[in-house]
Design a protein around this ligand. Structure first.
Ligand SMILES: [Zn+2]
Length: 420
């Protein structure tokens, strides 16, 4: 009986999700001073009311554009609040469901365009990503190994690939992941591109592969990713269920067991930055932890792709204090930023998470450095686009991932030199 009830409830949730964005608006807000920033940060509990607001970007930086999604019944209140506090705002979408429908049509149209090889003119789905990894393992048995590290909450295989030059010698390694936050579609695309280039253009990267091995997990959170494709474009978290009637999912990037739940993570199960009921409650963060355990020792660089905003940020997230070896992280991140700036003109901001963006505890980079003892741990917030920042048009994927590789190559070269 209980199973039937849960099934009916999950069906209902699907129906609600599909309707969720009708007449929702996206606002761009320009913050001019610290006071305005503080007011925005406290907006979700303003006048004692808990409001479920989805800030798509809210950093420490005055002069940044803050993006906010607001449901219809809150819009008058929010606009009054902006006016009262002299906040300049612009409505960038009157009905985000239109934007989401348009993007979904485009994804489906592009997926019908047949190609025997992987192309970077589209966003791939979970099954295609795993199929691609398995095909590489079959085609390049000497250089490529693919392992299933475990299963997501909903039972999807989570895979990672090891790419070497095939000489069998032990080397330092680089661990790259993408897609821990479901809605940041460019992150798994960038990880796939790195895999594609390392394997298919081995001659170009042979010098790099003589120095280091790559371990790449392109899709950390497949449940969330598929959910963003099928139902709820702005979903960020995992899809776990800590109780049948609660909001689902945890922010896997607040779920690592290092200063877990201290700051910059929410106790509210419905919030976007919910840290989960316990540290490592999520299959997805457990799997990343296990990979870190497996590679640690040899691994000198953990790199995690997110979007958006063009940041290269390193620990600490849980405190404004810097880690002992912050200068090494700064040097590597700067190498990436400089290479990109020189090649394309895109400017990346470099610094520690807490100082450049915001305080956030329980993140993968803090864990990789703090517990995994991987000396360089960097989060790369890639270029944004579209209406939300996360909906970078498919036509801009190729340009973005190529630029990303330029930065990654420069960072890996620096790491290889430093830890030779
Ligand atoms: Zn993210």
């Amino acid at each position: 009986m209980l199973k039937v009830l849960i099934f009916v409830l999950s069906l209902l949730q699907i129906c609600f999700c599909e309707k969720l964005y009708n007449k929702y608006k996206v606002y761009d807000i320009r913050v001019k001073n610290e006071n305005q920033l503080l007011k925005l940060k406290n907006l979700d509990t303003f006048e004692g009311e808990a409001r479920e607001l989805d800030f798509l970007s809210l950093h420490n930086n005055v002069n940044d554009v803050v993006k906010l999604v607001v449901k219809p019944e809150e819009q008058n209140y929010i606009e009054d609040f902006f006016k009262l506090n002299s906040l300049d705002f612009k409505i960038v979408s009157e009905n985000i469901q239109d934007v989401i429908d348009k993007e979904r049509d485009e994804v489906s149209m592009l997926s019908k365009r047949k190609s025997d090889v992987i192309t970077f003119d589209r966003y791939y789905r979970y099954e295609d990503i795993n199929k691609y990894l398995d095909n590489l393992a079959n085609s390049y048995p000497d250089n490529v190994k693919v392992k299933t590290a475990g299963k997501s909450f909903e039972g999807r295989d989570i895979k990672y690939i090891t790419i070497t030059n095939g000489d069998g010698k032990s080397k330092n390694s680089i661990f790259i992941d993408g897609g821990i936050h479901a809605r940041e579609w460019i992150a798994p695309a960038a990880a796939l591109y790195i895999i594609n280039q390392l394997v298919d253009s081995q001659s170009t990267f042979s010098k790099l592969l003589d120095k280091v091995d790559f371990v790449i997990q392109p899709l950390v959170n497949p449940d969330g990713y598929e959910f963003t494709h099928n139902f709820y474009r702005l979903w960020r978290k995992t899809r776990s269920r800590s109780s049948a009637f609660q909001c689902r999912g945890s922010d896997a990037n607040r779920n690592y067991d290092f200063h877990w739940s201290e700051v910059g993570a929410s106790n509210n199960a419905c919030a976007e930055t919910y840290h989960g009921p316990t540290a490592f409650s999520e299959n997805e963060s457990q799997i990343s932890r296990d990979i870190i355990d497996e590679v640690k020792g040899n691994c000198k660089f953990f790199l995690t792709f997110h979007s958006y905003g063009n940041y290269l940020i390193y620990p600490n997230g849980y405190t404004k204090d810097l880690p002992e070896n912050w200068m090494d992280n700064e040097e590597v991140a700067q190498a990436g930023a400089e290479a990109i700036s020189k090649a394309t003109g895109t400017k990346y901001t470099v610094g520690s998470t807490s100082n450049v963006l915001y305080l956030a505890s329980g993140s993968s980079t803090d864990y990789a450095l703090g517990v995994g003892k991987i000396p360089i741990a960097i989060c790369m917030e890639l270029t944004g686009g579209g209406y939300f920042g996360f909906d970078l048009p498919a036509s801009e994927i190729e340009k973005t991932v190529k630029e990303t590789l330029i930065g990654v190559e420069a960072m890996v070269e620096t790491v290889a030199r430093k830890y030779n």
